[in-house]
Ligand binder design. Structure first.
Ligand code: SF4
Length: 262
């Protein structure tokens, strides 16, 4: 006897407008039990999600733009240099944790010259509440020196020059290029990796795969803010342990088998 398919067919899909109304009311989708979610996440993390169509991706960004036209970083900063330092400090730390420490640091040093003069020991003391503070203090002091000695006290605008600074990798360079200089870069962190894979927007096994895929599929008109829409969606809605599918505005577009499709 042929086995019954475990997956029910979904017929009579609602219109986009009806789906959005439902999503806003918080009744768009129900989350499956934890074991099923974990299995679906495991599959998604291996880049095996069903890809979203180009029309679905465009519609997802249209909705995110409608909900938040000018998204930006949650890190506090006052200029390009303090943004760079805040992003360096945020590696493996929360933005909220960084924001607690940086007011005192930036009050004393908001330029490369002042930071270089402050010195590693003092920086370490001021950021000791942030994870990996010893290494980060060393990197911030060194990068401040390099900016003064090699870049005229300015933060460089190229990826190569940024990535040559201590503590600055591809992700940090992408955040600075996007947030400070308006470049269409996407810094794939744990949140964006999860959202790209779960939704089927950019299935990929590595952060680089997901970054390349996102660059390929995001419509040009949404590239400027795509990074922040994706990260905020992952941080507050498509949460790792228990995504809030019931209030997700793209629930009907998402391809993740871990949620109940509309
Ligand atoms: S994108 Fe939305 S529907 Fe899909 S898993 Fe994340 S929260 Fe749930």
């Amino acid at each position: 006897m042929a086995k019954k398919s475990a997956r029910k067919k979904v017929s009579g899909k609602p219109s986009v407008r009806a789906a959005l109304t439902k999503a806003k009311k918080g009744s768009a989708a129900k989350v499956k039990p934890a074991p099923k979610r974990q299995k679906a996440d495991l599959k998604a993390a291996h880049g095996a999600s069903k890809p979203m169509t180009a029309a679905q991706i465009k519609e997802a960004f249209r909705r995110w733009e409608a909900a938040s036209p000018e998204p930006t970083t949650e890190l506090h900063y006052s200029n390009v240099f303090t943004l760079l330092v805040a992003v360096v400090l945020s590696a493996q730390a929360t933005d909220a944790g960084v924001n607690k420490a940086t007011p005192a640091l930036f009050a004393l040093a908001d330029t490369p010259a002042k930071m270089a003069a402050l010195g590693e020991d003092r920086i370490r003391e001021l950021i000791k509440t942030i994870g990996l503070f010893r290494t980060k203090a060393k990197n911030v002091a060194m990068l401040a020196h390099i900016l003064v000695s090699e870049h005229g006290g300015e933060v460089p605008r190229t990826r190569e020059a940024l990535e040559a600074l201590p503590g600055v990798g591809r992700k940090t360079a992408n955040v600075v290029l996007n947030t400070a200089f308006g470049e269409h870069t996407i810094a794939v962190d744990t949140h964006i990796f999860r959202v790209g894979n779960r939704t089927g927007m950019a299935p990929g096994k590595t952060v680089n795969d997901v970054e390349m895929k996102l660059e390929e599929v995001i419509p040009p008109e949404y590239k400027r803010h795509a990074h922040h829409w994706l990260i905020l969606h992952g941080r507050y809605t498509c949460i790792a342990r228990k995504p809030l599918c019931e209030r997700c505005v793209i629930a009907d577009l998402c391809q993740w088998p871990g949620k109940t499709i509309l």
